[in-house]
Structure formats: C-alpha cells, structure tokens
Design a protein around this ligand. Structure first.
Ligand code: GDP
Ligand code: IMO
Ligand code: MG
Length: 427
C-alpha cells in the first residue's frame, strides 16, 4: 500500500502529529520534498520533537527515508540525529536512509537566500535556510549531491567547478564571497559527508521493492498545497512541489501504486511569511487564535497569521491532490469562539465565486463570504470520540465534511498522540 500525506493549506497543519499517529501501520515513511524550512512537531507523552528533515515515522518502527527531491542541510540533519539519539531514539543506517542524489544545501545557498530576500522590495518572507537557491542549482544542474559530499575527491573537484560562479553571484548581491572557498567550512562539510556516508541508499528502488513485497509505504510532505511552486500563490511559495503528484515524481514511484491520499487540514487556516490570506483575522480575534493554537513557527519562531477556515482554497487543494480522506486537526483551538465562521466563497469584482482565481494578485483582492455556525464553550482536549464532542462542534465538523465532499476520517483535539480519534461514519 502506498499512501501520500500532504498539507492542504499553507503548512503547519499538523502533518508531523498525524504522520506519527499513522506510521505504526507502515514499514517505510519517506520525505519527498522541501528541506529544513519545514518544522514538524510530534508530542510523545511529555517530550516534544521538532523534526525538520527526518520523517516523523522515525519515532516508531518504520524505516525513515529522505528522498532525492529533498534539499539537505547536512549540519542540520546531523544535529537532528543527535537530538533523537539523546532522547533514546535509534538512528542507525538500518533505521534511516538518504538518497545518494539528494542535493546538498551549501553555505553559499544560505548566504544567497538572505541577500536576495534583503534586496527584494516586496519580500517573500523565506525561512532563509537556502532552500530556493539549492533548488535553483538542482534544476540548473549545478548541485552537489550527497554522494559527492561523501567522496572527498569528487566533492573538491565539483566545488572547484562551481566556486567562481557562486562567488560572482554573492558579490553581485553585495555579499562577501569568501565563504565559498573557506577552508574551515570545506573541512566541516567533508566531515559531514563522512558521517552521512553509511546512510546513503537508493530510495526509489527501496520503495518499489518494499511495495512489491506487499509492504506499506507512506510519503510525508513538507509545507502545504498553496505553497507549491507551480500551483501555489506565486511568488509567495516555497521552491518545491508540495502536492501529492510530487510524491510520485520525487520518490520515483509510479502513480499507479498510490492507494490513498490523506489531507491534513487545520480547522482554521494559518500562514507564515508574506502572501494573500483572504480570511486573515487581524486584531483581537487573530491574536486569540494565535495564542490558543500556539501558532508560532516551528522553524523560525515567527508568529503565524491566522484566519477562518477557507473553503475555496480547500476545494482547490482537493482538486490538486485528489484527496481520498481528511485528518482534521486543532478543532480544540476553536472552542470559546462565538460564532464560528466558515468562508464559503469570495466576493471578487462584484461577483460571488466559490473557487480561488488562478492568479495571486486576484486572490489578494478577494473578500471572504462567511457562513456562521454557533460555537461551543467546552474543552475538547480530552474528547475521545465523535459522539463525545459537543453538538455544535459535531455540526461544525459535519458541515465542513459536507462542503468539502471528502470524508473526515481523523479528528485531532490536541498535540498529544492520544488526543486523536477516528470519525467512523463518513459522508
Ligand atoms: P506541521 O508542519 O504540519 O507538521 O505542523 P507543525 O508541527 O509546524 O504545527 C502544528 C502545531 O500544532 C504543533 O505545535 C503541534 O504540536 C500542534 N498540534 C497538532 N495537532 C493539534 C491539535 O489537534 N490541537 C492542538 N491544540 N495542537 C495541535
Ligand atoms: P511545514 O513543513 C509554513 C514558507 C515560508 C515562506 C515561504 C518560502 O512545517 O509545514 P522558503 O524558506 O521555503 O523559501 O520560504 O514558504 N514556508 C512554510 N510555512 N510551514 C512550512 O513548513 C514552511 N516552509 C516554508 O514562511 O513564506
Ligand atoms: Mg510546521
């Protein structure tokens, strides 16, 4: 069985938590795109793990794989491996595999990301982790792969080929090009390569062989649908394709293998960085959601912008991903709000529309049209079944399900593993 899990909004939907929850039924969990711009939080009893690169399945029995479509900061990965070990999690080459072709994020990518963002009149609000520039080099065929990092001679030759070009790019943006050939940094990276060499694998082959053997494989996305580099709200997007089809392309698995595609959907919406968010709540209500939901970036600590549930954007996410089921997260955060609103359409150029306009500039002009539902004044954090939810919370979930037309299979009411239940009767 091959399952793909993606975020249906702008990231931080709770992918880490839900992947950890479902991973017990999978033999392999593989990350297929993005880099350490991602921050996936998994709470296990009183421990909180913030994972940036390693798939959340690492905390269970599953083998964790990092696919060749990921851009990899080796220093960040090694720190993450150490953090897990310090918490008693086994991180051996039997448990973790990284594809030989994974592009390495070099210090010059991070430098260029920071310089470019500073120079932009209209910012994107990137995480400044070098993600975009590592992907530029991948498609320009100027990348350094993990296999190169692990082979000293090949690494040094390749770096020499690329160095003058990188120096001029940094100089052109007013930066100091010295870091490109900095011998201490090069030494450090060669050490990283030695440490990561035992983990190198062929991810596509491993997954296809596992599927042939009847095993279960899950693909874990980073970011969210509307941050997709092709179909998202350009230019306010990340530099990789975050939607379900990208899992097949990036992991090297044929689309005929896919059994189900799970959406992680937050009961409201958040966004970090710039770009339109039609239902954004400024003022007291926005601050209240941000506080109740702990909406501060896992990677950068920035406050996440919060808004009401946006159905047009969700409809588009369903179209882009072909979801077969939904995990609804953070329902507990809406407790105490009266009323609760769902954006069911937009007013755009005097008309009401129910699907987002294609261009970002047009989306930025859309005014939300709301449907109001009565709220519930109850703590949901200990609820264990759909029937235990207050009637108004049940009605909110049922209404969302009806509007989305895709069954909600899981409901999450807190960050902990136990704070999740299955919603048995679907549509
Ligand atoms: P990801 O990037 O999609 O994995 O999401 P993040 O981990 O960046 O952000 C989700 C945050 O919400 C984390 O702090 C989670 O621990 C937390 N979380 C996940 N599900 C729930 C939930 O149902 N209720 C509450 N209150 N918090 C949740
Ligand atoms: P997870 O996996 C939320 C956003 C950044 C910025 C834009 C581009 O935790 O859901 P980048 O550094 O990727 O070039 O920045 O994308 N962004 C995220 N927002 N969650 C994420 O990951 C994100 N990864 C990138 O804030 O707006
Ligand atoms: Mg996150």
């Amino acid at each position: 069985m091959f399952t793909i899990i993606t975020g249906a909004q702008f990231g931080d939907e709770g992918k880490g938590k839900i992947v950890d929850l479902l991973a017990k039924d999978y033999d392999i969990v593989a990350r297929f795109q993005g880099g350490n711009n991602a921050g996936h939080t998994v709470k296990v009893e009183d421990k909180v793990y913030k994972l940036h690169l390693i798939p959340s399945g690492i905390l269970l029995e599953a083998r964790a794989l990092i696919g060749p479509g990921v851009v990899l900061d080796p220093g960040v990965l090694l720190e993450e491996m150490e953090m897990l070990r310090a918490n008693g999690v086994v991180v051996s080459p039997e448990k973790l595999g990284i594809d030989a072709k994974t592009s390495i994020i070099m210090p010059y990518h991070i430098e260029l990301d920071g310089l470019r963002e500073a120079a932009r009149a209209k910012k994107i609000g990137t995480t400044k982790r070098g993600i975009g520039f590592a992907y530029i080099d991948k498609v320009a065929r100027e990348e350094l792969r993990l296999a190169d990092l692990a082979d000293e001679a090949r690494f040094l030759t390749r770096l020499e080929e690329l160095a003058s070009q990188k120096e001029s790019e940094i100089s052109a943006l007013g930066g100091d090009p010295a870091l490109v050939r900095d011998s201490a940094l090069i030494k450090k990276y060669l050490q990283f390569g030695k440490k990561l060499a035992p983990y190198i694998t062929d991810v596509s082959r491993e997954i296809n062989e596992a599927l042939d053997a009847g095993k279960n494989v899950m693909a874990e996305a980073a970011q969210g649908t509307h941050l997709d580099v092709i179909h998202g709200t350009q230019k306010f997007v990340t530099s990789s394709s975050t939607i379900a089809g990208s899992a097949c392309a990036n992991l090297g698995v044929g689309p005929t293998r896919v059994k189900n595609v799970v959406a992680i959907v937050k009961a409201y919406i958040t966004r970090v960085g710039e770009g339109p968010l039609p239902t954004e709540l400024s003022g007291e209500l926005g601050a209240r959601l941000q506080k109740a939901g702990g909406e501060f970036g896992t990677t950068t600590g920035r406050g996440r912008r919060c808004g009401w549930f946006d159905l047009p954007l969700l409809k588009k996410a369903i179209a882009l991903n072909g979801y077969t089921e939904i995990a609804l997260t953070k329902l507990d955060v809406l407790s105490e709000l009266e009323p609760v609103r769902i954006c069911v359409g937009y007013r755009y150029k005097g008309e009401t529309i129910n699907y987002p306009p294609e261009l970002t500039e047009a989306l930025a002009e859309c005014e939300p049209v709301y449907e109001e539902l009565p709220g519930w004044k109850a703590d949901l954090s200990k609820v264990q079944s759909f029937e235990e939810l207050p009637a108004n919370a049940q009605n909110y979930v049922k209404r969302l399900e009806e509007l989305m037309g895709v069954p909600i299979r899981y409901i999450s009411v807190g960050p902990g593993r136990a704070q999740t239940f299955k919603k048995e009767e679907a549509l």
